[in-house]
Design a protein around this ligand. Sequence first.
Ligand code: SAJ
Length: 437
Amino acid sequence: MKERLIEKIDKKEIIVGVVGLGYVGLPLAVEKAKAGFKTIGFDVQEEKVNLVNNGVNYIGDVVNEELAEIVKSGMLSATTDFSRIKEVDFVAICVPTPLDEHQQPDISYVEKSTISVSKYLKKETMVVLESTTYPGTTEELLKPILENGSGLKCGEDFYLGFSPERVDPGNLIYKTKNTPKVVGAIGKDATEVISRMYRSVLGAEIHEVSSPAVAEMEKILENTYRNINIGLVNELAMLCNKMGISLWEVVDAAKTKPYGFQAFYPGPGLGGHCIPLDPYYLDWKAREYGFHTSLIQASGIINDRMPEYCVERAERVLNDRKKAMNGSKVLVLGVAYKNDIDDYRESPALRVIEELEKNKALVDFYDPMIPEYKYKGEIHKGIEKIDANIIKQYDLVVITSAHSAFDYEMISKNAAAIFDTRNAMKNIENRENIELL
Ligand code: SAJ
């Protein structure tokens, strides 16, 4: 099997399947097709499948023209028909791994996709999970499903591995193509062949590890590292405010150290579909070993508290101007979970708005990239635009995403008061109406 697969890889005869056409799967499918492998995208959402088949892009990190071209050439197509898995020799599973309402892992998307794949898995296929998950998922969950569903034997009839996605939405430098990738598979042959498949597509280092669990754990470490360091600066921001010190200035000073320090900055909380969630996959698995990941818990407590803390600080800004939060007009700028993207999943801004409304403030929001958002089943519509007259109408402007599209000079000149949770106003000289987190 190994030799035959290596030959098919080198001759680009491998048919690729990508399950899940989201912010990980679609860029990967495009890269595989661009590298000369006929690629079939699989998704349960007909709308995504139709957009892809019409060459219409919906993922910020994919180049519109590239998608259109690669689809037109016939190298990439999409389907909801999972029976076509029997056509592929390599399948990457890139489906969401969210948390449920109790912050417990929801592995159901991975499970369902793997069951679908297992029904049509044929001999001499490589199967790779890319979704961020707890260490053990590939060997304990996927392997038995694939073997039982297909009647095939892992390692003899198919290869199975884990290769974590590394996508930083909006990152203009590192894309799927040029970001180093880790591969951990069950058995040396599987590792060699799966790594070779990735090397034939990506122009970056492919780092092989000894098992899927090592690869699963390293991805969780990457994101937990960010989660905990953001928790650290959020906690220090609350302390520094009491001490009359700007943590932003402190971090900028600390990052002059050319080694051993990476700058993280406080914010209104942790957004996105990875950093706030992934560490809880490890925390959940650790308890199987009677182990509690105390730092993940501690960081979660701090990060989860930031939206409320920001509203308390906003209330103080109004109070300093003899205004009650109750009845004050507040404009929230930016609902995206981070700057210059149009994604609001897990965005802390939504909880800031919720808290402001609970305190009976009259809240509007404006985000040039997000005209409306859905939260707890309700649609929230933003105002159409901002200008000097509109800004003047509010008692307080709260900046929760520092989009570069905002005119910070205009906002500074016309806002009665500004609570800046992102240091977006860092270049504004006149600070008298600006309060910094
Ligand atoms: N944040 C802070 N302070 C910081 C950095 C980030 O409050 O110093 C906040 C952001 O505003 C955002 C959240 O944390 O709400 C997550 O931000 P992020 O910069 O980690 O970006 P994500 O979640 O879009 O993408 C991350 C990747 N980002 C970077 O490495 C910079 C990376 O961690 C993973 O490849 C990716 O998640 C993933 O898919 O796992």
